[in-house]
Design a protein around this ligand. Sequence first.
Ligand code: PHE
Length: 334
Amino acid sequence: QLLTQEIQAFNAKNADELEAFRIKFLGSKGILKSLFGDFKAVDNSLKKEIGQELNQLRQLANDTLNSQKGILESSKVKTKSNTDFTRPAEPIDIGARHPISIVKNQILDVFSRIGFTVSEGPEIEDDWHNFTALNLPEYHPARDMQDTFFIEQDPDILLRTHTSSVQVRFMENNQPPIRTISPGRVFRNEDISARAHCIFHQVEGLYIDTDVSFADLKQTLIYFTKEMFGKSRIRLRPSYFPFTEPSAEVDIYWGLQTETDYKITKGTGWLEIMGCGMVDPNVLKNVNIDPEKYSGYAFGMGIERIAMLLYQIPDIRMFYENDLRFIDQFKSVI
Ligand code: PHE
C-alpha cells in the first residue's frame, strides 16, 4: 500500500526523475523485480491474493511511467519553443501592379466616366477582323504599315496588329449607339529598341451614333488628355488610316523638364500619343451598319508610350524585363 501511494504521488519534473522512477520500480534490479522474486517463497494459500496485488502494482507503475512520459514530452514542446506569439507578424510582401496595368486602368476609368464600356477580343485573329473588314482588302499597300506575325496562311490566321479587330467584332454583335473601349496586347514584327517592341498594349475607342462629328472626337480627346495628364495642350496632324476618313494623329505637348522628356519626345517636347479619325463608311458597311444613318469616330493609343511619359521610363524594354527593382517602384500606386 505504501508503494501504491508512492507511485500515485509520483510527479516527474524532468526526464532524469522519470528515469530514476523507472529504474527504482521497473528496472532489472528494481523493487517489483525483487518483490516478484520474493513471491516464490509465499505460502500457496496466499499466492492468489498477493499475486493479484503484485500485478496491479506493476500495472500501476507502468501506467504512471507512460503517462508521466507523455506529460513531460508535451510540456517539452512548449518550453523548447522560443516563439513570442505576441510579436507583430512579418509583413507579407504584396507585390506591385505592373505599370501597364496601372495606366490601362486609368485610361479605362477616364472613358468609363463618359459612358464607354470595355470590350475584349482574341489575340489570335483572322484576316477579316484584323484587316479586311477595316477597309484593308488583300494586296492593300497599307497592310505593310503593320508588320504582321502570321500563324497560318490561306486562310490567314495571325497575331492581331491592333485592337481595332475587337471593334469590328463589337460592331458585328451590337447595334448603335455604340460606345466601347478595347484594351489589349498587340503584336508587330518590328525591331526591338528603346522606343519600339514587337509586343505592346493598346487601348482603342469607338463611338457610333447618329450625328457624330469630328468636333465630338476633338472634345473627347481634350477631355481625355486633361484627365490623364492634367494638361490638354494637344495638336492634331492630318494622317492616313484605311479605316478612318479623315484621319489624324494626336500629339500632346509635354514639355522638356527632364532628360527623359528629351529622350521620349526626341527633344521637341511633343509626343505622338494616338491615331484617330471618323470611321470610314466602308467599315460600317462591312459590319452591316447603315452609313447613311450613322457616323462615328475611332481612336487608338499605345499604353507603353503614355506610361513612359507619366512615369518617366526611358526605355520600353523595361516593361517586359520583369526586373523587380523596376516593378517594385510601383508599389505605392494602386
Ligand atoms: N489601329 C490604329 C493603329 O493601331 C490606331 C487607330 C485606331 C487609328 C482608330 C485610327 C483610328 O495604329
